[in-house]
Ligand binder design. Sequence first.
Ligand SMILES: [Mn+2]
Length: 384
Amino acid sequence: MPTRSRSKLPSTSSSTTKTTSRKSAARNAPAIPAIPANFDPDAAATGDGLFGLTTTVAEANLVVIPVPFDATTSYRPGTAAGPAAVLEASKQVDLEDLQYGAIWRAGFTMLPIPREIAALSKKARAAAEPVIAAGGAEEGNRAHAKALAAVNAASARVNAHVAKEARAILDSGAIPALLGGDHASPFGLIAELAERHPGLGVLQIDAHADLRDAFEGFSFSHASIFHNVMTRLPKVGKLVQVGIRDFGSRERAFVEQSKGRVECFYDQHLRDRAFAGGARGSWNAISKDIVKRLPRDVYISFDIDGLTPEHCPNTGTPVPGGLTFPEVCHLLEVLAKSGKRVVGFDLCEVAPGARGEDWNANVGARILYKLLGCTLRTRGLLGG
Ligand SMILES: [Mn+2]
């Protein structure tokens, strides 16, 4: 049940039933879970679940996979703490949404944060530090070679873990989503979805192109996620990048030589179009152009640094420029109304500040709620 535990009214017995087993049989049409009569979405959240709700995995139409992994962030670490911070911040988000209505009714939840991945992240990060400090693995440096092997093995384990969770969610008939962690986290999820939706389109909102080939020697670096996706997953049909403003010459060439398989809406070009004015310069026209480039089945990969850095001051690699919160909300709503289907999404690189500042996670939780609204709307789980 999508109930939010409250301090004022006692919960119904059904709302506190604890179910942790995942559905084994695939369902045909996902049902919208029933809501207890005394549920008040406006009450303060005291529950442990995402947005203070207590929907179980067995009931959920959408399940979020938390990935507390951050081995290769080059500028500063911290995104491994993202899932816990966003979970905590989500309890402060008001549940009524102007664009999507009662998103909370649709039934979503997050898996427990896996301790073994958090421990693996710490170990891999320690191994990676000297290589990152040296600006990348040095040829012939045996310590670096050993560190690379350890980090790459850890990344492979994360990919396998995410793919396994994604398979179980998909087999149960629910929609998978992911909360990182650094931007390398969702590879296993995108791989599973591409198998089930050949020709899958990816909408990437990001400051960085993430098209580097093995950045600093790490095969599964956060800066290589879409190089890996586009070279290792032939069933991904299209990548549409938005907000990109930090990239190398080889990344730019990768886009240009992709024969349209990768399309990049560089941040500067979006601004130039707006500065030129006229109907073509409106954000609504730009959003429609972006969405038009996507095939029917869409995966959204949201790197929080795609937003302006005021929205994510503690993210791993902040860059000036970027999208504002309302621009992103509008783009997602245009996608939600386009007739396309969002088959999964991720939100990555949210990092709480070193002193526990909660602004980053606050923004992250609100973006997560919008991603849920957009996705669930395209799947007929939110009504009109
Ligand atoms: Mn990224």
